[in-house]
Write a protein that binds this ligand. Structure first.
Ligand code: PLP
Length: 412
């Protein structure tokens, strides 16, 4: 009997301890963790830089109101702007990804009021894409173009229009007088590890220029080094200049924190900065960016940057892809994604899952049994999301488990 609302279909596993890329269950069994809290535990479990940062800050000051100056916020915001985005802008801290996206959507609404349509009406519409995932709040759920996320919660928050991903013509046709922004994950995570093409991202950028729209990137899963570049979009289209960016997941290494960035670019001839639209009183969060959360994120980000983890990500990504490609396995159709945000497209005929389950779920459960934690992305895609500092030998060990598991499943 559980007193938890049954919102999650849970795996039969209770994790009680973690270290680096490994976790242990309540029976003492060891697992390689290539789920990593769904792309959250970016520097592995209980990394000393993270646990030290958290315990030092917990011993000094855990929380203080955003009515006062919080030096850890200033430090983290400056690191994000100067060393991650490298474009002038400002940051707001939230506690989760969905909240960061809500803030980003609110920024687009403000922009639509500041720069109305030619008839004087405020613009408010944000275009998002099929198979996107932006979160579970009323705002981020409405932005998420997947029926299964929205079912039962009608009416949706108005102001979103959905367009097929990577469809340049459909996107151009969808822009109206009400459009204020285009929002996307450069690499869709939950929706199946689908990459935007470079042409698509470039086209979005030029449409945004042409129609005076905000280019809004959800980097919650693909950001913070996950794809082998500090920003997910850089692994596809290095010179893209987003107006707003949301982060969460890997940013706190397991400690809850999210953020959104708003560029300082001038939005009109008097030099009004986009970031200035989110002025005093326009947004807030009691917990957002408290000293403890910021200390944790500083510990994580400095580790990612100082230890050059992006280089390891690219290296280990190649190691995984080369190995899997060499198998020519009947159960695998393709590998998608960048860096250590990888999706293995599964051949459902070869895996032949029993009624009521999916190829990805079947494989995921079997891998768990064999000591490797992974996570599905939709019915036919297995997602690999190891910590960014995963080692050669841990990759090799995981690949051995994957190969053996696929071999035994495909023989059934
Ligand atoms: C996980 C995720 C979110 C939602 O983040 P939460 O912290 O669960 O609210 C939003 N966008 C993307 C791309 C995500 O992967």
């Amino acid at each position: 009997m559980s007193y938890l609302l049954p919102t999650y279909g849970k795996f039969p596993l209770t994790v009680v301890r973690g270290e680096g890329s490994r976790v242990w269950d309540d029976g003492g069994k060891e697992y390689l963790d290539f789920c990593a809290g769904i792309a959250t535990c970016s520097i592995g479990h209980c990394h000393p830089a993270l646990t030290q940062a958290i315990s030092d800050q917990a011993n000094t000051l855990m929380h203080c109101s955003n009515l006062y100056h919080v030096p850890q916020q200033e430090k983290l915001a400056s690191l994000l702007v100067e060393d991650v985005v490298k474009t002038p802008g400002k940051v707001f801290f939230s506690n989760s990804g969905a909240e960061a996206n809500d803030g980003m959507i609110k920024t687009a609404r403000k922009f639509g009021h500041a720069k109305p349509a030619s008839n004087g009406d405020a613009r408010y519409e944000v275009i998002t894409f099929s198979m996107s995932f932006h979160g579970r709040t009323l705002g981020s759920m409405a932005a998420t173009a997947q029926k299964k996320i929205q079912v039962g919660f009608d009416p949706m928050l108005p102001g979103f229009k959905y367009v097929p991903f990577n469809d340049i013509d459909a996107l151009s046709a969808a822009i109206s007088d009400s459009t204020a922004g285009i929002m996307l994950e450069p690499i869709q995570g939950e929706g199946g590890v689908n990459e935007a093409t470079p042409e698509f991202l470039q086209h979005i950028a030029s449409l945004c220029k042409e129609h005076d729209l905000l280019l809004m990137l959800d980097e919650i899963q693909c950001g913070m080094g996950r794809t082998g570049t500090l920003n997910g979009w850089q692994s596809i289209c290095p010179d893209l200049q987003p107006d707003t960016i949301s982060w969460a997941k890997g940013m706190g290494g397991g400690f809850p924190i999210g953020a959104f960035f708003v560029s300082d670019r001038a939005i009109n001839h008097d030099g009004t900065e986009l970031s200035s639209l989110m002025d005093a009183g326009s947004h807030g969060s009691t917990y957002g960016g408290n000293p403890l959360a910021c200390a944790a994120a500083l510990g994580v980000l400095n580790t990612i940057i100082d230890n050059k983890l992006c280089e390891n990500v690219s290296c280990q990504s190649k190691r995984i892809q080369d190995e899997i490609t060499s198998w020519q396995h009947s159960t695998i159709n393709n590998i998608r994604g960048k860096g250590l945000l990888l999706g293995i497209g599964l051949n459902s005929d070869a895996l032949n899952p029993p009624e009521g389950t999916t190829p990805a779920l079947l494989l995921c459960l079997e891998l768990m049994e064999n000591g490797l934690l992974t996570v599905p992305a939709g019915p036919d895609t297995l997602r690999l999301l190891p910590p960014l500092n995963v080692s050669d030998s841990e990759i090799d060990e995981a690949m051995k488990i994957l190969k053996n598991t696929l071999d035994s499943l495909s023989k059934i």
